[in-house]
Write a protein that binds this ligand. Structure first.
Ligand code: GCV
Length: 686
């Protein structure tokens, strides 16, 4: 009887479903057949390649795959040539990347036609904002996988296992570097015991091609070196950095280099000693040069008294174009302010023509609902990468201005601020894993579409091949129609939905102070620097709303190359998605839709809320295709996202209505909260 009951239960259990906490990310799929791997060479990396094929093979049962290391000048860096029966590369790492691509294509049902795949960027890095006490700045998925407060220097077998899994996930999407500590760096990072720990991490991640890098504090020579100054032109300081670099390479021969946040948000920098960015960056670059190391020098700078924060990075860095060493790369955030839900691209892209420039994206969702909201970020990154800067004529996209296609920069790189922590599913939200995945895929190929990335990720993360199936993957019509397509549609809409319910039409930085989770357009405590308060950005008053960055305003438009300069300058030609970024508009301004600006704003906020409600419906209908653990976790997060979207809409519309003094269009849903309650409310509370 017992057996009959079990058989009965099993026959009703969906074939796709098994318990799953998300720890396997997009790599949980077991092979469906045997493969014979032929490779005449040996190395730790090649052993991994071999094992991955055996663990994940989804081709013909019993087929042979040949791994060949043979120089081909069409293959660049760790690129590879892919055939259905083999991978050819110049390096072991190229073979490993080729193997992951082969398996991905098998699993997602993509064809393999004998093509060469080269990476868009040479360095593809995660930036961890992990502090040495194990906390993570802007981290929403638990504590650091690298650092902890208690027993900080003990390395356990568990640590090693986790670092290995981390390295594997990165390598599977082509990520080849990790900056292990916060850009708000501690000087202790460069002390002996911490460097020993870096060595231990480097040993585990090395076979997967992950190089380690460190964020360093500019004033380290005085803070831990006992020197009286950290002036970059002082000979003792120069020697201190040379000695430190030598010490690091003595332990970690493939160490990648330094990331530096200097003269920004209270961090020390060359300007404290009357020097400039080039003096500071070049001094470090000279110390790293003999070992092949690089300096990633961040352009994220702004001062409390600046009239327009959005202009400062350009103003500070353009005068030094051409003055940086060739192993310095200027790391530029995608937009001119700070990882907002929507910003135009930073005008530094394409403008610095004689300096290596790299994009910095934020994978962790500091400004996009953290690990509660489902927001797929690939569309935002694609929007930035495909933006035309016009710097060298039409087609000078951000992607092409940074990947070496247009400028002969010595190094190319792409960085993303990591969303990884100790949570079982790594990123706090299953769908946040898609953002880690998307970052890696775009770093490898900056022309991939969001649609393709989402398609791959969903198949790899949620589709489970029936265990008895020995044939190449074929997705059932049922799964495709009722899971893949609606979930993909939801992902692709999710960023625009967040923009709609948070800050549409060019609004930016109207977050609650400090935590950046909920709305706070009113937030302006006395004495706080103005550029840390939302009214500095939205400038709402009875006449209208928006930051005037036109030629008669702050003139930020002039940092863009024509025709963008003129396009952005004119309300009629400025894309509506950027209207309030560049213009202060009257409330009754006529939009393309025929509505007044105020009505349009109301429509967007309401639209965002409706979109998230629709996501709930999509997800609830997907229940039978997902294991219960992931299903309920995502369902409950979507419920909070809906409640939060309602709060965002009500808070912003009720607050701005005080200035517009206009009714919310009567065909739109009414607010359900009172403004005074929302001003008191902390949205982080569940
Ligand atoms: C690491 C924003 C964030 C800070 C972050 C900073 C940066 O201001 O809120 O937490 O600091 O950007 O990128 O340096």
């Amino acid at each position: 009887m017992k057996t009959i009951i079990i058989i009965f239960i099993l026959s009703f259990t969906n074939q796709y479903v098994h318990a799953e906490d998300g720890h396997n990310l997009w790599l949980g799929n077991k092979s469906t057949g045997k493969v014979n791997v032929v490779c005449t060479q040996n190395s730790a990396t090649l052993t991994i390649a071999r094992e991955e094929l055996q663990k994940g093979w989804h081709g013909k049962d019993g087929a042979s795959v040949v791994l060949t290391i043979k120089y081909d000048k069409a293959i660049k860096c760790d690129g590879f040539k892919l055939n259905s029966n083999g991978v050819q590369a110049n390096t072991d790492l190229g073979i490993l990347y080729g193997v992951y691509e082969l398996l991905r294509r098998q699993y997602t049902g993509q064809s393999i036609k004998g093509e060469i795949c080269n990476p868009s960027y040479e360095f593809r890095l995660l930036n961890h904002w992990d502090n040495l006490d194990g906390s993570i700045e802007r981290g929403y998925a638990g504590r650091s996988i690298f650092w902890r407060k208690d027993n900080p220097f003990v390395v356990t077998e568990n640590d090693k296992m986790l670092w290995q899994e981390y390295a594997r996930a990165n390598a599977s999407v082509g990520i080849n570097g990790a900056v292990l500590d916060n850009v708000n760096a501690s000087p202790s990072m460069l002390t002996l015991e911490y460097l020993e720990k870096v060595k231990a991490i480097a040993e585990v991640v090395r076979p997967y091609g992950i190089k380690t890098y460190l964020s360093v504090k500019f004033s380290s020579p005085s803070l831990i070196g006992g020197l009286k100054t950290s002036d970059p032109l002082n000979s003792e300081v120069i020697q201190w950095w040379k000695d430190k670099v030598k010490e690091i390479y003595g332990r970690i021969p493939d160490f990648g280099g330094f990331l530096v946040k200097a003269s920004s948000e209270g961090q020390p920098g060359p300007q404290d000693y009357g020097r400039n960015h080039a003096d500071g960056a070049n001094m470090m670059a000279d110390a790293l040069k003999p070992y092949g190391g690089i300096v990633m020098w961040r352009a994220f700078v702004y001062s409390p008294n600046d009239k327009d924060r959005a202009k400062q990075a350009y103003n500070e860095f353009m005068p030094f174009d051409g003055q940086f060493r060739d192993n310095v790369i200027i790391q530029v955030k995608n937009g001119p302010v700070d990882f907002q839900p929507r910003e135009p691209f930073s005008p530094l892209f394409g403008a610095m023509k004689k300096t290596s420039v790299m994009p910095e994206l934020q994978i962790t969702q500091e400004y996009l609902g953290q690990s509660i909201h489902l927001v797929f970020l690939a569309p935002m990154w694609e929007e930035c990468l495909q933006s035309d800067t016009y710097q060298e004529g039409a087609g000078s996209t951000v992607a092409r201005c940074t990947d070496g296609s247009i400028y002969p920069q010595k190094h190319t790189a792409f960085a993303g601020v990591s969303n990884i922590g100790l949570d079982a599913n790594w990123c706090g939200h299953t769908f946040a894993g898609a953002n880690w995945y998307a970052f890696g895929r775009l770093a490898w190929n900056n022309h991939l579409t969001s649609e393709k990335i989402a398609d791959e990720w969903i198949k790899l993360t949620f589709y489970q091949t029936p265990s008895e199936d020995k044939n190449p993957i074929s997705f059932s019509t049922d799964w495709t129609k009722h899971f893949l397509l609606p979930v993909k549609h939801m992902m692709l809409q999710s960023r625009e939905a967040a923009v709609n319910y948070m800050m549409p039409l060019g609004l930016h930085h109207i977050f609650a102070g400090d935590h950046h989770y909920g709305p706070g357009p009113w937030f302006a405590p006395k004495g706080l620097r103005p550029d840390w308060t939302p009214p500095y950005y939205h400038k709402a008053d009875t006449n209208g709303i928006g930051f005037d960055r036109t030629r008669t305003g702050s003139d930020a438009v002039s940092q863009y190359h024509e025709p963008l300069n003129s396009q952005f300058n004119n309300t009629k030609t400025c894309p509506e998605i950027y209207l309030l970024w560049f213009h202060h508009l009257p409330w009754d301004y006529k939009m393309k839709s025929g509505r007044t600006f105020w009505n349009e704003l109301c429509y967007h906020y309401d639209e965002g809320l409706q979109q998230v409600r629709q996501f709930q419906k999509v997800w609830d209908q997907a229940e039978r295709y997902v294991d219960s653990e992931r299903f309920t976790q995502i369902q409950s997060k979507l419920r909070r996202q809906c409640m939060n979207a309602q709060v965002w809409k009500d808070a912003c519309l009720l607050y701005f209505q005080q200035f517009s003094k206009l009714p919310i269009p009567y065909n739109r849903e009414r607010p359900v909260h009172d403004l005074k309650d929302l001003i008191e409310y902390d949205m982080r509370r569940p």
